[in-house]
Design a protein around this ligand. Structure first.
Ligand SMILES: *Cc1c(COP(=O)(O)O)cnc(C)c1O
Length: 424
């Protein structure tokens, strides 16, 4: 119902052609397929883990983890996610144009100077922790003559990430910064404390003491909030790892209840079907993660083939030398598409249901596969970079392990010029 015209274009695309959303032209054969049904299944599963007493903030920052904001944000909003989370005003404006007006949008990264007007104009809710955040918002509210308490904000408490948020009091006497910030939510202020949040730093380490430390700092902070006579509607913390692991949910529910707030979780990666690697392995957290289904498949095509004689070299700086007559398949995908150059000579992609090694260095826009052992490879063959083909799968961890990173980075590195299409 709220689908943007861009999405309709994506849905109308025939499987044979790639659409350029801006110009409606066919373009290079490198694309991403997004499974609506898998995204919905993952969302519903996480929703179930969260329980009825909690709300969901679906994290769609970084172009929905590379899956396409235009494709994913409306699906998650229409599935019932009360909130969507992004990390820039620009993304917020985009989300607004795709989603029902009732969808709340949280800008997780804090307002920068000059962004107050745009936040208000597009009904984006900011996360705040610096005094200048409040100055900026108060000034924007004054310009619009906003009523007291009409501009909702969420206050982030730093309980141990040391990234953003007002430092949690380490003990009850040490809460100056927090107290000063809370004092600014007086009855005459245009600002209303609607949410209090924190971010856990090691929810994937199941036997670590860090949750307990962060949790008790959060508890102290909430006592300060209560002592300041303030209430708030949402308490939110916990990303994919916390939800899948499950063990910390009961104390979090208790904490929200104690403060008369609704609990909210903020999953990102798990919505898209990948999960953190839990340590130790083999706990119920792993079983929970195994239920998720990857939403994204990244594909390209063979655009040309050639056979080179023994002794010839392939790609820049001759890092691949043919030990026999070698058949190469050229692909329209390179590091500018997010195909990491460190995969050169160390990774294989799927063609005709078989793994074909990358031969030589990945180039900016192209790469070559050694397809000597796969009969019949020809121009037009579909190649899977990430996803399933035949009986084989290439998952985000295979990419991440090869290049020394994590699935979050593999997915968000997929270039903007790679077209995202909804396939079901
Ligand atoms: C990115 C992010 C999340 C989501 O994390 P995942 O591990 O991808 O689930 C949640 N909360 C905040 C504040 C974030 O920055």
């Amino acid at each position: 119902m709220f689908a943007d015209s861009k999405i309709e274009v994506v849905q109308k695309v025939s499987s044979e052609f790639i659409y350029d959303e801006a110009s409606n032209m066919c373009t290079r054969p490198t694309w991403v397929e997004i499974s609506r049904s898998r995204l919905l299944d993952n969302y519903r599963y996480l929703r179930e883990l969260a329980g009825d007493s909690a709300d969901m903030l679906a994290v769609v920052k970084a172009n929905a983890y590379g899956h396409g904001l235009a494709q994913c944000a409306p699906i998650l909003a229409n599935a019932g996610a009360a909130w969507l989370g992004i990390t820039s005003v620009e993304e917020g404006v985009e989300v607004r144009s795709y989603c029902p007006p009732s969808t709340r949008v949280l800008v997780l990264s804090g307002p920068w100077q000059g962004e107050g007007d745009a936040l208000l104009e597009h009904d984006l809710t900011p996360v705040v922790w610096e005094p200048f955040h409040l100055d900026e918002l108060e000034a924007a509210a004054a310009k619009r003559g906003l009523e007291p308490q009409s501009l909702a904000v969420h206050l982030e408490i730093d309980t141990g990430m040391a990234r953003q948020g007002v430092p949690a009091p380490f003990d009850r006497d040490d809460s100056c910064e927090l107290r000063n910030l809370l004092a600014r939510f007086h009855p005459g202020s245009p600002l209303r404390l609607e949410g209090v949040m924190t971010h856990f730093s090691a929810a994937d380490e199941l036997d670590s003491a860090s949750f307990q430390r962060q949790f008790s700092r959060l508890a102290h902070s909430l006592e300060c909030v209560a002592a300041g006579g303030l209430t708030f509607q949402w308490l939110h913390a916990g990303a994919s790892a916390t939800l899948l692991a499950g063990k910390d949910l009961p104390p979090m529910r208790e904490m929200a209840k104690k403060h008369g707030a609704r609990l909210m979780f903020r999953p990102g990666l798990a919505l898209y079907g990948d999960a953190p690697r839990f340590a130790p392995q083999g706990t119920p957290a792993d079983e929970s993660a195994a239920i998720l289904k990857p939403v994204l498949a990244w594909k390209t095509r063979v655009i040309s083939t050639r056979v080179i004689p023994q002794g010839e070299t392939v790609s820049y700086n001759a890092t691949f030398r043919a030990e026999r007559a070698t058949k190469l398949a050229l692909l329209d995908a390179g590091y500018a598409d997010g195909l990491d150059r460190r995969l050169s000579n160390r990774f294989a992609l799927l063609v005709r249901g078989e793994f074909a090694p990358i031969a030589g260095r990945v180039c900016m826009d192209q790469c070559m596969l050694d397809v000597t052992d796969i009969p019949g490879v020809a121009s037009g063959d579909e190649v899977v970079i990430l996803g399933e083909q035949g009986t084989h799968t290439i998952d985000a961890y295979m990419h991440a392990d090869c290049t020394g990173t994590i699935p979050w980075e593999v997915l968000t590195d997929i270039g903007h010029r790679v077209h995202r299409r909804l396939v079901d």
